[in-house]
Each structure stands twice: as structure tokens, then as C-alpha cells.
Design a protein around this ligand. Structure first.
Ligand code: ADP
Ligand code: ASP
Ligand code: MG
Length: 449
């Protein structure tokens, strides 16, 4: 059953320092329905942790990175009105962080990597709760691992929805009676209690999962932009914020690169019809975007997204002309290695598909073993340095003139791959990474300006 409960999630830039956390506290207090606060690690901290987890570093190099994290966290501690209240806990967490970072097997064991990666959120939730208390409100720091049950796929864990619902009802819901609960995004634990993480940017997903488990009616994603825009405002200053979006449009945008939402965020929202709000914790008075089931308008063109660092894999075999089951074999290998294919095109004798490989991600998506297995089956060609650009909208396959307008805008670019028609919500291009900014700008000018 849905209540008036609201879950508020604050991203890395929102919890970057004492002043920005104060803005967050004010946002929380302004909405009496906000009982659960989900926080990310302070800006930059997870990138430092990824570096410690994935790179073989000298102890001097590791110490320097750990020191950078300490500086960020201690700056917040030192501005607290009553630092002694959380000081011991913070120092213990920083020691724990150092212990994982300096573990001799840190680069080889994914369970240790997750324990290390979780530290940013474990620290920021301690500090955010303390700052909400400074405003005169009861707030506790709740260990999300008690309720956010996942499988054991470290660094890219999947949630177990039923367990999360059961555990939240038992352990989290009672806490909401007496205090504002501040908890960690991105972090979970498997059945054995081992720490897991949900993949980069996963705090949005945590907020939506907890909203679902607790029967919340709204979930707010507070970030550094005043909503979801027609395209990433960092690409063009012509981008403009959208008042409303449908779940499907938002899911499509997130999947195809709108970093403002983690791609899985809309799944729980869709299942339970939870309205999702996106706004800026720095300028909450500017409003934001509401993502809802039924939108007033469903325009042919809603937004343009870019997903960077695409790897284009082409598998080719003359056998395909005769042999049935070639695609099945290819996808069997892909599924076995748990790769998620984004875009795909096929011809008589070849199949091309994209995988993504963003910097700071925890795993190299296309690895040697996958390539080896594929090459036993067919000829394999791997090309890098591509971005995918996607136009997100509605009924794109059935409206006359839609594709003509899009293709006219990108006529001067070399389109390495085009995907259209499998879904009414998108049309995607794979382009050279050096062209993608101009492709987005050109499309934006043609479709929105
Ligand atoms: P947080 O740390 O709060 O989770 P993120 O950096 O993950 O924030 O996401 C916010 C960023 O997403 C914005 O600063 C913006 O550059 C980027 N972004 C990409 N596409 C869009 C879009 N369509 N609308 C708004 N922001 C976008
Ligand atoms: N701190 C994690 C990251 O940077 C999760 C998040 O911010 O959503 O990926
Ligand atoms: Mg994010």
C-alpha cells in the first residue's frame, strides 16, 4: 500500500562539503514526508576508491590517495558544531578504509573491492545524519546492508526485491516512527552478509528500491541540475529542463546515457507507480522534473542522450548464410560472460553490437576470455573510440517525417551503425567519439531549438 512517504536521495556533489550538506538538510526538513534519506559518497571519493581498488599502486601512491579522501571527510567533520559526537566513528571508518586499500589482495578480490568501495557512502551517511541533527531533528545513520539484500556478483550486484521488502518492513520501517533515517546508496550485502555494490551511479537505484520496499509514493533525486534536460546541459547551453517525463522515456534516457539517473532507477518506480522527482539541492526553489506514469504530452522528440566509450564488436562468419543457430551461439557466449549488449544490427553474414566500457567502471566489459571464445566460433573484430547518440521520444516508428528530420540533422556525419524500430522510444547512432558532441548539438538544434 502506498503512503505519503517520500525518499530523498542526494548525489555526490550535493554531499560534497559542509555547506552543500546543509542545503540537503534544509531540503529534507522542508518536506515532512521525507523519512528516508539516501546518500552517495562525497564528490570524487568513489573515483579515488576505484583507483585504489583497481590499480596496482606503490604504498606511497596509495597513501596519497587515502590522504585526499581524508582531507574531504575531515573538512566536513571540522565544520560540525559538535564534531566529538561522530569523530570516533569517522576515524574508525577511515581506518577500515585504509585497511582494505592496503590489503595485499585488494586488486584481485572483488569482495574486498566492494568492502572498500562502500566506504564513501558509509562515511557520508554518518556526516549527513549529524548535520540534520544540527538542525534540531532526530536523525540516525542506518546501515543499509541490513536490508538491501543482493546476489553475490560483486561490483555489479543485483537486488533481491522480495528480501529487500521483507527486511525493510522488519528493520527499517520501525525506525521511521522516531527519526529521519539516513542511509547509504550504492551499497548492499549478499545472503552471507558480505558487502556488495550496485555498479557506478547506483545510489539512485537504491533510493527507488527502498521507495518500492517501503511503499513510498514519491522518490526525489537531488543532484546538481534543476531536472532532466533535453540533453546533457554540459554538452550544450541550449539544453532546457523538462517539466514532465514518462517512466518509459526516463528509462530510455538513462539506459542510453543520461547520467542524471542510473539506468535501473525506473524499474521499481514503474512496478509500483512511484513518482520520481529530479531537482537541484542547491536550487530547490527552481523546481524540477516529475517522472510519472501518464504524461500530459508525449512528443515525438523528448531528448537526446549520449553514451560514451562504446566498444563495437563485429562477428562474422560465412557459415551464417547456411547455419541456423549462429546467433544463438554468439549470444550464449555473451550471456555467459554477463555482458549486456546495447545496440545491435545484423546482416546476412555478420552481427555488430555495442558494449560499453566507461572509465572508472569496475570491470572491463569485453575481456580476453570472451574474445577467445567468440573467435573460436567466428571472425571477431573489435573497434573502440565510439559514442552512441540516441534520440528519445514517442511513436517514432509510426509518425511520418520523424526519421527524415533526424537524418537531415546528421547528414554530414559518418554513422557507423544505426538502430531504429525495435522500440517506439528511440533511434540510436554509433558515431566516432570525436563527432558525438557535434552530432548531439546538430540534433538538438534541429529537434528542439
Ligand atoms: P549525482 O552525483 O547527483 O548522482 P550525476 O553526476 O550522476 O549526479 O548526474 C548529474 C549529471 O548528469 C549532470 O550534472 C549532467 O551533466 C548529467 N546529465 C546527463 N544527461 C542529462 C540530462 N539529460 N539532463 C540532466 N542532466 C544530465
Ligand atoms: N558513489 C557511487 C558512484 O560514484 C554511487 C553513486 O554516487 O550513485 O558511483
Ligand atoms: Mg549519479
Amino acid at each position: 500500500m502506498q503512503s505519503s512517504l517520500n525518499i530523498a536521495k542526494f548525489g555526490g556533489t550535493s554531499v560534497a562539503n559542509y555547506d552543500t550538506i546543509n542545503n540537503c538538510a534544509q531540503v529534507v526538513i522542508n518536506n515532512p514526508n521525507t523519512k528516508v534519506v539516501v546518500v552517495s559518497a562525497a564528490a570524487g571519493v568513489t573515483n579515488h576508491l576505484v583507483l585504489l581498488a583497481n590499480t596496482s599502486l606503490t604504498s606511497q601512491q596509495a597513501s596519497e590517495i587515502i590522504e585526499k579522501i581524508r582531507v574531504i571527510e575531515l573538512a566536513i567533520l571540522n565544520e560540525l558544531k559538535n564534531p566529538s559526537e561522530v569523530e570516533d566513528k569517522l576515524f574508525a571508518l577511515l581506518d577500515e578504509l585504509e585497511e582494505y586499500a592496503c590489503h595485499e589482495e585488494i586488486n584481485f578480490r572483488d569482495d574486498l573491492k566492494d568492502a572498500l568501495l562502500s566506504m564513501g557512502e558509509r562515511i557520508s551517511s554518518l556526516l549527513v545524519a549529524a548535520i540534520i541533527r544540527e538542525h534540531g531533528y532526530q536523525a540516525i545513520n542506518f546501515d543499509v546492508r541490513k536490508v538491501l539484500r543482493t546476489d553475490s556478483r560483486h561490483t555489479e550486484a543485483s537486488p533481491n526485491i522480495e528480501d529487500i521488502e521483507r527486511l525493510s518492513a522488519q528493520l527499517l520501517a520501525p525506525e521511521l516512527e522516531t527519526a529521519i533515517v539516513v542511509t547509504q546508496g550504492f551499497v548492499g550485502a549478499d545472503k552471507a552478509g558480505k558487502t556488495t555494490t550496485l555498479g557506478r551511479g547506483g545510489s539512485d537505484f537504491t533510493a527507488a528500491l527502498l521507495a518500492e520496499a517501503l511503499g513510498a509514493s514519491t522518490c526525489e533525486i537531488w543532484t546538481d541540475v534543476i531536472g532532466v534536460y533535453t540533453t546533457d546541459p554540459r554538452i550544450t547551453d541550449k539544453a532546457r529542463p523538462l517539466a514532465e517525463l514518462s517512466f518509459e522515456e526516463a528509462a530510455e534516457m538513462a539506459t542510453f546515457g543520461a547520467k542524471v539517473l542510473h539506468p535501473a532507477t525506473m524499474e521499481p518506480a514503474l512496478r509500483q507507480n512511484i513518482k520520481v522527482f529530479v531537482g537541484s539541492s542547491k536550487e530547490p526553489e527552481k523546481g524540477g522534473t516529475w517522472i510519472v506514469r501518464d504524461c500530459k504530452h508525449e512528443p515525438a522528440f523528448r531528448a537526446i542522450t549520449r553514451r560514451k566509450d562504446q566498444v563495437l564488436v563485429t562477428v562474422k562468419t560465412p557459415k551464417m548464410m547456411y547455419a541456423q543457430g549462429f546467433l544463438e551461439q554468439v549470444f550464449h557466449i555473451i550471456a555467459k560472460h554477463k555482458l549486456s549488449v546495447d545496440l545491435i544490427t545484423t546482416s546476412e553474414i555478420s552481427v555488430s553490437f555495442t558494449l560499453d566500457n566507461p572509465p572508472n567502471s569496475m570491470s572491463e566489459k569485453i575481456n580476453k576470455e570472451t574474445l577467445l571464445e567468440l573467435s573460436q566460433l567466428c571472425e571477431v573484430n573489435v573497434e573502440r573510440d565510439f559514442d552512441a547518440v540516441t534520440v528519445v521520444g514517442n511513436n517514432m516508428h509510426s509518425e511520418a517525417g520523424v526519421s527524415a528530420k533526424i537524418f537531415a540533422a546528421v547528414a554530414r556525419f559518418n554513422l557507423r551503425m544505426i538502430c531504429f524500430g525495435a522500440n517506439v522510444h528511440n533511434l540510436s547512432f554509433v558515431v566516432d567519439k570525436n563527432d558525438s558532441t557535434d552530432v548531439v548539438k546538430g540534433l538538438h538544434a534541429a529537434l528542439f531549438e
